[in-house]
Design a protein around this ligand. Sequence first.
Ligand SMILES: C[S@@+](CC[C@H](N)C(=O)[O-])C[C@H]1O[C@@H](n2cnc3c(N)ncnc32)[C@H](O)[C@@H]1O
Length: 295
Amino acid sequence: MSELPVPRPFLKWAGGKSQLADALLKRRPPHFSAYHEPFMGSGAIFFRLYRERHIRRVVLSDINPELVDTYLAVRDHVAEVISALSEFPHSKEFYYAIRATDPLQLSLPERAARMIYLNKTGYNGLYRVNRRGQFNVPFGRYQSPKYLDRDNLLAVSHALRNVEILCAAFETVVDRAEPGDWVYFDPPYVPVSQTANFTSYYANGFGLQDQERLRDVCITLSRNNVYTMVSNSDTPAVRALYQNFFIDEVLAHRAINCKGAKRGKVAELVITNYAPHQATQPQLLERRVSDLVTS
Ligand SMILES: C[S@@+](CC[C@H](N)C(=O)[O-])C[C@H]1O[C@@H](n2cnc3c(N)ncnc32)[C@H](O)[C@@H]1O
Protein backbone atom coordinates (compact mmCIF):
# COMPACT_ATOMS: atom_id res chain seq x y z
CA MET A 1 0.00 0.00 0.00
CA SER A 2 3.10 2.23 -0.01
CA GLU A 3 1.94 4.06 -3.16
CA LEU A 4 -1.15 5.39 -1.38
CA PRO A 5 -1.10 9.02 -0.18
CA VAL A 6 -1.47 9.98 3.48
CA PRO A 7 -5.24 9.73 4.16
CA ARG A 8 -7.10 13.00 4.67
CA PRO A 9 -10.73 13.71 5.65
CA PHE A 10 -12.85 12.82 2.60
CA LEU A 11 -15.81 15.05 3.54
CA LYS A 12 -16.09 18.77 4.28
CA TRP A 13 -17.72 19.13 7.67
CA ALA A 14 -18.91 22.14 9.66
CA GLY A 15 -16.55 22.57 12.60
CA GLY A 16 -13.91 20.34 10.97
CA LYS A 17 -10.79 20.33 13.12
CA SER A 18 -7.97 20.11 10.53
CA GLN A 19 -6.56 23.54 11.33
CA LEU A 20 -6.58 22.88 15.10
CA ALA A 21 -5.15 19.38 14.83
CA ASP A 22 -1.61 20.34 15.86
CA ALA A 23 -2.78 22.35 18.86
CA LEU A 24 -5.10 19.55 19.99
CA LEU A 25 -2.62 16.73 19.48
CA LYS A 26 0.04 18.63 21.40
CA ARG A 27 -2.29 18.29 24.38
CA ARG A 28 -3.06 14.60 24.06
CA PRO A 29 -2.23 12.29 26.95
CA PRO A 30 1.34 10.99 26.79
CA HIS A 31 0.20 7.35 26.74
CA PHE A 32 -3.20 5.90 26.03
CA SER A 33 -4.67 2.57 24.92
CA ALA A 34 -7.72 2.92 22.68
CA TYR A 35 -8.81 6.17 20.95
CA HIS A 36 -12.52 7.13 20.84
CA GLU A 37 -14.07 9.97 18.83
CA PRO A 38 -17.83 10.12 19.55
CA PHE A 39 -18.55 13.23 17.40
CA MET A 40 -16.47 12.09 14.44
CA GLY A 41 -17.79 14.37 11.65
CA SER A 42 -15.01 14.37 9.05
CA GLY A 43 -12.64 12.69 11.52
CA ALA A 44 -9.86 15.28 11.18
CA ILE A 45 -8.18 14.35 14.45
CA PHE A 46 -8.39 10.61 13.77
CA PHE A 47 -6.71 11.02 10.37
CA ARG A 48 -3.94 13.19 11.84
CA LEU A 49 -3.37 10.73 14.66
CA TYR A 50 -3.30 7.84 12.19
CA ARG A 51 -0.40 9.53 10.38
CA GLU A 52 1.64 9.87 13.52
CA ARG A 53 1.37 6.65 15.36
CA HIS A 54 0.01 3.19 15.57
CA ILE A 55 -3.07 3.09 17.79
CA ARG A 56 -4.17 -0.32 18.95
CA ARG A 57 -7.92 0.25 18.93
CA VAL A 58 -9.98 3.07 17.43
CA VAL A 59 -13.73 3.61 17.80
CA LEU A 60 -15.32 6.38 15.72
CA SER A 61 -18.99 7.21 16.16
CA ASP A 62 -21.57 9.86 15.32
CA ILE A 63 -25.33 10.24 15.60
CA ASN A 64 -25.77 11.01 11.88
CA PRO A 65 -26.70 7.70 10.14
CA GLU A 66 -25.90 8.93 6.61
CA LEU A 67 -22.43 9.98 7.72
CA VAL A 68 -21.84 6.67 9.49
CA ASP A 69 -23.07 4.65 6.48
CA THR A 70 -20.67 6.62 4.28
CA TYR A 71 -17.71 5.66 6.49
CA LEU A 72 -18.83 2.01 6.55
CA ALA A 73 -19.12 1.91 2.77
CA VAL A 74 -15.69 3.52 2.27
CA ARG A 75 -14.17 1.06 4.74
CA ASP A 76 -15.84 -2.09 3.39
CA HIS A 77 -16.79 -1.40 -0.26
CA VAL A 78 -14.41 1.29 -1.50
CA ALA A 79 -14.15 -0.08 -5.07
CA GLU A 80 -17.94 0.12 -5.49
CA VAL A 81 -18.04 3.64 -4.01
CA ILE A 82 -15.36 4.78 -6.48
CA SER A 83 -17.12 3.07 -9.36
CA ALA A 84 -20.47 4.74 -8.51
CA LEU A 85 -18.82 8.18 -8.14
CA SER A 86 -17.04 7.82 -11.46
CA GLU A 87 -20.45 7.56 -13.18
CA PHE A 88 -21.68 10.85 -11.71
CA PRO A 89 -21.41 13.95 -13.98
CA HIS A 90 -20.91 17.42 -12.51
CA SER A 91 -24.10 19.27 -13.41
CA LYS A 92 -26.89 21.12 -11.69
CA GLU A 93 -29.50 18.78 -13.19
CA PHE A 94 -27.75 15.67 -11.93
CA TYR A 95 -27.20 17.27 -8.51
CA TYR A 96 -30.93 17.88 -8.01
CA ALA A 97 -31.83 14.47 -9.45
CA ILE A 98 -29.55 12.56 -7.09
CA ARG A 99 -30.52 14.81 -4.19
CA ALA A 100 -34.16 13.81 -4.79
CA THR A 101 -33.45 10.06 -4.62
CA ASP A 102 -34.24 8.31 -1.36
CA PRO A 103 -30.88 7.16 0.02
CA LEU A 104 -32.54 4.19 1.71
CA GLN A 105 -33.51 2.82 -1.71
CA LEU A 106 -29.83 2.72 -2.72
CA SER A 107 -27.21 0.12 -1.93
CA LEU A 108 -24.69 1.07 0.80
CA PRO A 109 -21.91 2.02 -1.69
CA GLU A 110 -24.36 4.02 -3.85
CA ARG A 111 -25.64 5.82 -0.76
CA ALA A 112 -22.06 6.73 0.19
CA ALA A 113 -21.30 7.93 -3.34
CA ARG A 114 -24.41 10.14 -3.22
CA MET A 115 -23.36 11.59 0.14
CA ILE A 116 -19.78 12.33 -1.03
CA TYR A 117 -21.04 13.85 -4.29
CA LEU A 118 -23.61 16.10 -2.54
CA ASN A 119 -21.00 17.10 0.07
CA LYS A 120 -18.39 18.09 -2.51
CA THR A 121 -20.68 19.76 -5.06
CA GLY A 122 -23.35 21.27 -2.78
CA TYR A 123 -23.30 24.79 -1.38
CA ASN A 124 -20.37 25.22 1.03
CA GLY A 125 -20.17 21.51 1.87
CA LEU A 126 -23.11 21.93 4.23
CA TYR A 127 -25.03 19.00 5.64
CA ARG A 128 -28.61 20.08 6.28
CA VAL A 129 -31.87 18.14 6.22
CA ASN A 130 -35.50 19.26 6.39
CA ARG A 131 -38.01 18.06 8.97
CA ARG A 132 -38.56 14.87 7.02
CA GLY A 133 -34.84 14.16 7.13
CA GLN A 134 -34.34 14.97 3.42
CA PHE A 135 -31.07 16.62 2.39
CA ASN A 136 -31.95 20.14 1.18
CA VAL A 137 -28.68 21.99 0.48
CA PRO A 138 -28.69 23.83 -2.91
CA PHE A 139 -26.19 23.23 -5.73
CA GLY A 140 -22.81 24.89 -5.08
CA ARG A 141 -20.94 27.10 -7.50
CA TYR A 142 -17.72 25.17 -8.00
CA GLN A 143 -15.95 25.05 -11.37
CA SER A 144 -14.55 21.53 -11.05
CA PRO A 145 -15.06 20.06 -7.59
CA LYS A 146 -12.98 16.95 -6.90
CA TYR A 147 -15.72 14.65 -5.74
CA LEU A 148 -13.87 11.59 -7.00
CA ASP A 149 -10.50 11.52 -5.22
CA ARG A 150 -9.72 7.88 -5.90
CA ASP A 151 -6.33 7.71 -4.19
CA ASN A 152 -7.51 9.42 -1.03
CA LEU A 153 -10.58 7.16 -0.81
CA LEU A 154 -8.33 4.10 -1.11
CA ALA A 155 -6.00 5.49 1.54
CA VAL A 156 -8.94 6.28 3.83
CA SER A 157 -10.36 2.78 3.34
CA HIS A 158 -6.99 1.33 4.32
CA ALA A 159 -6.75 3.60 7.39
CA LEU A 160 -10.24 2.53 8.50
CA ARG A 161 -9.74 -1.22 8.00
CA ASN A 162 -9.45 -2.04 11.73
CA VAL A 163 -11.56 0.85 13.02
CA GLU A 164 -14.91 0.26 14.75
CA ILE A 165 -17.49 2.64 13.28
CA LEU A 166 -20.79 3.09 15.10
CA CYS A 167 -23.95 5.13 14.79
CA ALA A 168 -24.47 6.15 18.39
CA ALA A 169 -25.19 9.04 20.75
CA PHE A 170 -22.08 10.33 22.53
CA GLU A 171 -23.09 8.98 25.97
CA THR A 172 -22.65 5.38 24.84
CA VAL A 173 -18.87 5.86 24.91
CA VAL A 174 -19.10 5.32 28.68
CA ASP A 175 -19.91 1.65 28.00
CA ARG A 176 -16.92 1.20 25.67
CA ALA A 177 -14.05 3.22 27.09
CA GLU A 178 -11.65 1.33 29.37
CA PRO A 179 -9.23 2.77 31.94
CA GLY A 180 -6.24 4.30 30.13
CA ASP A 181 -8.21 5.04 26.92
CA TRP A 182 -8.47 8.55 25.44
CA VAL A 183 -11.77 10.11 24.32
CA TYR A 184 -11.79 13.29 22.20
CA PHE A 185 -15.20 15.05 22.13
CA ASP A 186 -15.88 17.70 19.50
CA PRO A 187 -19.56 18.56 20.04
CA PRO A 188 -21.55 21.23 18.21
CA TYR A 189 -20.30 24.38 19.92
CA VAL A 190 -22.09 26.62 22.42
CA PRO A 191 -22.90 29.74 20.32
CA VAL A 192 -20.68 32.74 21.01
CA SER A 193 -23.49 35.32 21.00
CA GLN A 194 -24.29 36.52 24.52
CA THR A 195 -28.04 36.06 24.39
CA ALA A 196 -27.84 32.50 23.11
CA ASN A 197 -25.74 31.49 26.10
CA PHE A 198 -28.69 31.88 28.41
CA THR A 199 -31.21 29.79 26.56
CA SER A 200 -31.51 26.05 26.87
CA TYR A 201 -32.04 25.50 23.14
CA TYR A 202 -29.33 26.24 20.60
CA ALA A 203 -30.11 26.48 16.89
CA ASN A 204 -27.62 23.71 16.10
CA GLY A 205 -29.88 21.23 17.91
CA PHE A 206 -27.39 20.62 20.71
CA GLY A 207 -28.70 22.59 23.67
CA LEU A 208 -27.38 23.53 27.08
CA GLN A 209 -28.78 20.32 28.56
CA ASP A 210 -26.81 18.30 26.01
CA GLN A 211 -23.68 20.27 26.94
CA GLU A 212 -24.33 19.47 30.60
CA ARG A 213 -24.81 15.78 29.83
CA LEU A 214 -21.50 15.82 27.97
CA ARG A 215 -19.75 17.39 30.96
CA ASP A 216 -21.29 14.70 33.20
CA VAL A 217 -20.05 11.99 30.82
CA CYS A 218 -16.54 13.48 31.20
CA ILE A 219 -16.90 13.24 34.99
CA THR A 220 -17.99 9.60 34.79
CA LEU A 221 -15.07 8.83 32.49
CA SER A 222 -12.68 10.59 34.86
CA ARG A 223 -13.88 8.30 37.64
CA ASN A 224 -13.19 5.35 35.34
CA ASN A 225 -9.63 6.61 34.72
CA VAL A 226 -10.31 7.45 31.09
CA TYR A 227 -8.54 10.51 29.63
CA THR A 228 -10.95 13.07 28.13
CA MET A 229 -10.48 16.10 25.89
CA VAL A 230 -13.33 18.39 24.80
CA SER A 231 -13.19 21.32 22.39
CA ASN A 232 -15.75 24.10 22.57
CA SER A 233 -16.17 27.86 22.14
CA ASP A 234 -14.62 30.27 24.62
CA THR A 235 -17.82 31.40 26.33
CA PRO A 236 -18.79 32.00 29.96
CA ALA A 237 -21.21 29.06 29.73
CA VAL A 238 -18.46 26.62 28.73
CA ARG A 239 -15.98 27.95 31.30
CA ALA A 240 -18.65 27.57 33.99
CA LEU A 241 -19.52 24.03 32.93
CA TYR A 242 -15.91 22.87 33.07
CA GLN A 243 -14.65 24.92 36.01
CA ASN A 244 -13.12 21.83 37.63
CA PHE A 245 -11.24 20.73 34.53
CA PHE A 246 -7.99 21.92 32.96
CA ILE A 247 -8.80 24.62 30.39
CA ASP A 248 -6.38 25.81 27.68
CA GLU A 249 -7.06 28.46 25.01
CA VAL A 250 -6.13 27.91 21.38
CA LEU A 251 -6.59 30.25 18.41
CA ALA A 252 -8.69 29.16 15.43
CA HIS A 253 -9.56 30.87 12.14
CA ARG A 254 -13.34 31.21 12.14
CA ALA A 255 -16.10 33.30 10.64
CA ILE A 256 -16.55 36.05 13.18
CA ASN A 257 -19.84 37.53 12.08
CA CYS A 258 -23.10 35.75 11.42
CA LYS A 259 -22.82 35.91 7.63
CA GLY A 260 -19.36 34.41 7.71
CA ALA A 261 -18.07 37.19 5.48
CA LYS A 262 -15.58 38.49 8.00
CA ARG A 263 -13.02 36.01 9.19
CA GLY A 264 -10.51 36.26 11.99
CA LYS A 265 -8.83 34.41 14.82
CA VAL A 266 -11.01 33.49 17.75
CA ALA A 267 -10.09 31.73 20.96
CA GLU A 268 -11.49 28.27 21.47
CA LEU A 269 -11.15 26.08 24.54
CA VAL A 270 -9.46 22.72 24.93
CA ILE A 271 -10.71 21.09 28.12
CA THR A 272 -8.98 18.06 29.62
CA ASN A 273 -9.27 15.96 32.76
CA TYR A 274 -5.46 15.76 32.98
CA ALA A 275 -2.77 18.42 32.98
CA PRO A 276 -1.80 18.83 29.31
CA HIS A 277 1.94 18.69 28.49
CA GLN A 278 2.57 16.67 31.67
CA ALA A 279 2.71 12.96 32.28
CA THR A 280 -0.33 12.76 34.53
CA GLN A 281 -3.10 10.28 35.12
CA PRO A 282 -6.77 11.11 34.61
CA GLN A 283 -7.63 10.18 38.18
CA LEU A 284 -5.76 13.28 39.36
CA LEU A 285 -8.95 15.07 38.55
CA GLU A 286 -10.96 13.02 41.03
CA ARG A 287 -10.24 15.40 43.85
CA ARG A 288 -11.37 18.36 41.78
CA VAL A 289 -14.43 16.59 40.38
CA SER A 290 -15.59 15.57 43.82
CA ASP A 291 -16.35 19.25 44.50
CA LEU A 292 -18.76 19.23 41.60
CA VAL A 293 -20.67 15.98 41.92
CA THR A 294 -22.94 15.49 44.87
CA SER A 295 -24.03 11.88 44.24
C1 LIG B 1 -18.45 19.80 15.34
S1 LIG B 1 -18.93 18.35 14.48
C2 LIG B 1 -17.48 17.36 14.64
C3 LIG B 1 -16.43 17.76 13.66
C4 LIG B 1 -15.25 16.81 13.60
N1 LIG B 1 -14.41 16.90 14.77
C5 LIG B 1 -14.42 17.10 12.35
O1 LIG B 1 -13.19 17.28 12.43
O2 LIG B 1 -15.01 17.15 11.26
C6 LIG B 1 -20.09 17.64 15.55
C7 LIG B 1 -20.63 16.24 15.14
O3 LIG B 1 -21.43 15.77 16.22
C8 LIG B 1 -22.50 14.98 15.72
N2 LIG B 1 -23.52 14.94 16.79
C9 LIG B 1 -24.46 15.87 17.11
N3 LIG B 1 -25.16 15.48 18.19
C10 LIG B 1 -24.65 14.28 18.58
C11 LIG B 1 -24.94 13.37 19.64
N4 LIG B 1 -25.92 13.63 20.53
N5 LIG B 1 -24.20 12.24 19.75
C12 LIG B 1 -23.22 11.96 18.86
N6 LIG B 1 -22.90 12.79 17.81
C13 LIG B 1 -23.60 13.93 17.68
C14 LIG B 1 -22.89 15.68 14.43
O4 LIG B 1 -23.53 14.77 13.56
C15 LIG B 1 -21.52 16.18 13.92
O5 LIG B 1 -20.98 15.28 12.98
